[in-house]
Design a protein around this ligand. Sequence first.
Ligand code: BG6
Length: 299
Amino acid sequence: MDMTLDQIITQARSESLKIHRLDNHSGLQVLKLETPKASLVLHLQGAHVSSFIPRGADDILWLSSLAEFAPGKAIRGGIPLCWPWFGKHPKQAELAQHGFARNSLFKLIDIRTIEQDNALVTLELTDTAQTRTIFPFAFKLTVELLISTSLTIKLITTNLSRLPLPLSQAIHTYFNLQDIYNTQLTGLEAAPFYDQLSGKDDNETSSVITFKKETDRIYRTCNAQLIIDDSARQITIQQSGDDSTVVWNPWVEKSLRMSDFPDDGYVEMLCVEAANTGDKLLLQPGDCYELSQTIGLEE
Ligand code: BG6
């Protein structure tokens, strides 16, 4: 028989892994995990990490002060998972942007301590009658979180249907910055990109990207290795399984238009997303695909 959430938590607790429930008044299940190396807050809805703090540091993740925590609502900030499509649905514009995983309740499968006081959390989402009405495939989406001094988040998609499964996705990480006006992003030099604002393709000519206006770009990269330097610290990002890196900052006007986003929130955040965009990924029956992003601080 499957273990309950509390049984999994009780069994996983140890000297080096503290786990508390922070469930909220609207019934969302929320866990706080603390190891000697870091602490992390996880919402089972969306397998959504809303905070990751390496010991002694400030949060690596930005969370909107106006974020809504309610069943069926995507959380603004942290790490939303866009799955099984990124952006608008390729054929049905009426379907929710970025897919349904970020609003779906995941099942907690396991929490365990692994070598050197690291912790591994495994969650799962599988198809239901409801998901099959908008995404007619049998699937398993496994999310693994490896909590060390860095955080690795891995999305493993398995196609359990008899038909090829089209997939696009993103690990949509909101990074917490001191000041976007003094921030540099490196690792995308010479990369071709699609500018979602102008609808045009271009090539990155700068070795260092700075931010002075709304930015919404899909860089065509694989296994990107990036650094965000906000002049207070350097955040490192390593990706695998990605065919794109999405870089997004809403800037002034779009911030004003989003009800769950503070007017000046754009100054303190930058999204850098490990993604598979477009229509290139088609998983054959029985196939698995892994996308991951590791985030940490330069020592
Ligand atoms: C980014 C997209 O990934 O997500 C942007 O490139 C979009 O176009 C942003 O505005 C936020 O999306 P949402 O659905 O969370 O408001």
